[in-house]
Each structure stands twice: as C-alpha cells, then as structure tokens.
Design a protein around this ligand. Structure first.
Ligand code: SAH
Length: 213
C-alpha cells in the first residue's frame, strides 16, 4: 500500500473510533480529499485528526468534529443546507455529497474565492459560496432543511432559527470565544424549538460584519 493510501485508511479508522459511524457520512469523507483543502506547510498533515490553520487566521475543523456534526445534522438527499463559516470549504464539500444543494457563507471574501476554486477543481457543482455575514443567514434562499454553523456564537442567532424549516435541524457550537463551547443540535417542529447538547468543542468565534480580505 502506498504511504498516502495508508494515511487515508488511518484517517477513516480514526473517524470511526471517535464515533463517526454513519455509513453515508463515512463514504462522503472517504470520497472528499481533505488534502485538497489544506495548503502549504500543513498539507502533509491533512489526514491527521486535528484542526489546521488556513488563510485569514481561521482553521479547518478537526475531521472527527466535521464527521460528528454532519452525522448530527441527519442530512437527506433532497435537503437544502446552509453552512455559516465556509473556511476552507471542506465541510461544505462533505455536505454536497449528502444533500441536494449547499449554500455556504463566509465573512472573508478570500476564503470564499479559494473554496470556490477547490469546488470547481473537484467538480462539486451543487455548492453556492457567498461572501457575507452569515449571522443574518441567507434570507433570499430561506427556509433551509438543515443549517450548520462552524463558528461559535454566545447564543443561537435569531435569524438562523427563523430560517430553519419546520421539521428542520440545526447544529452549532454555542459559548464564549476562547473557551470550551458546547455543540448543540436544535430541532424545529410545529410547537417550536428543542435543544440537545451533544459535546464540548472549540471553534473560532462568529464575528459580525465582513472581514478585511
Ligand atoms: N467549515 C470550515 C471551518 C470554518 S472556520 C471548514 O470546513 O474549513 C470558521 C469560519 O467562520 C471562518 O472562516 C470565519 O471567517 C467564518 N465566520 C466567522 N464569523 C462569520 C460570520 N458572521 N459570517 C460568516 N462567516 C463567519
């Protein structure tokens, strides 16, 4: 076996051992090469289960956390998904394998542009990447069947709750920046919202307004 193939096999093994057991999620994570989303110095660490630095002072999330969040989102093939926090584009690419269409928003123009280049190179045509402040959601495309937020807010942003379809699920980290946050799964039914705490996580903060680059 080549070194790369072996690293990829260990990558999948690490996901399973950390609780990513959904076969559809594992298939998507096998298919989408994390190495395509990590640039420069850190590229050779793409198959390790750790967050890594990307441009604009941001991070690509830890693969097992991507897997667990995707699993908690329970995405179906007909779903329209909103992701807040495009970053490298890796999470959006995984979601693109499991859903009908993914809208992903980041406050950094440069990250959106670079993620779009990777989507194009991989032929992922069902992702729409937008520059904007995702804490307002994407009203023109709402409602969404699923919403995932990959930056931490102190509270669930109201516009995102409003843009979640009845029957929908949202997964997001909630808590103060720099501290341990809690990953939350929010489900919406006719009677309102239900909140389930999933696990402790650590994400970069959800910041208001557009970034410098
Ligand atoms: N999901 C990404 C990792 C996201 S890191 C991946 O798979 O690589 C968190 C991202 O959230 C950063 O890129 C940051 O710029 C973005 N972000 C922070 N606040 C935001 C906001 N209000 N609107 C949109 N994006 C935001």
């Amino acid at each position: 076996m080549t070194d790369l193939a072996e690293r990829k096999m260990r990558f999948l093994y690490a996901l399973r051992s950390k609780g990513v057991t959904d076969a559809r999620v594992l298939n998507a994570m096998e298919k989408i090469d994390r190495g395509a989303f990590v640039k420069g110095l850190f590229a050779e660490r793409a198959y390790e289960d750790m967050p890594l630095p990307i441009a604009c002072g941001q991070t690509i999330s830890q693969p097992s956390v991507v897997g667990l969040m995707t699993q908690a989102l329970q995405v179906g093939p007909r779903d329209k998904v909103l992701e807040v926090g495009t970053g490298s584009g890796y999470q959006a690419a995984i979601l693109s394998q499991l859903s009908r269409r993914v809208y992903t928003v980041d406050r950094h123009r440069r990250l959106v542009r670079e993620a779009q280049e990777v989507f194009d190179a991989l032929g992922l045509t069902n992702i729409t990447a937008v520059t904007g402040d995702g804490s307002h959601g994407l009203p023109e495309q709402a409602p969404f069947d699923r919403i995932i937020v990959t930056a931490a807010a102190e509270d669930t942003p109201g516009p995102l709750l409003a843009q979640l379809r009845v029957g929908g699920i949202m997964v997001l980290p909630v808590g103060q920046s720099g501290a341990v946050q809690t990953l939350i799964q929010v489900t919406r039914d006719e009677n309102g919202f239900e909140y389930h705490e999933l696990r402790p996580v650590r994400f970069v903060p959800l910041v208001e307004g557009l970034g410098q680059e």
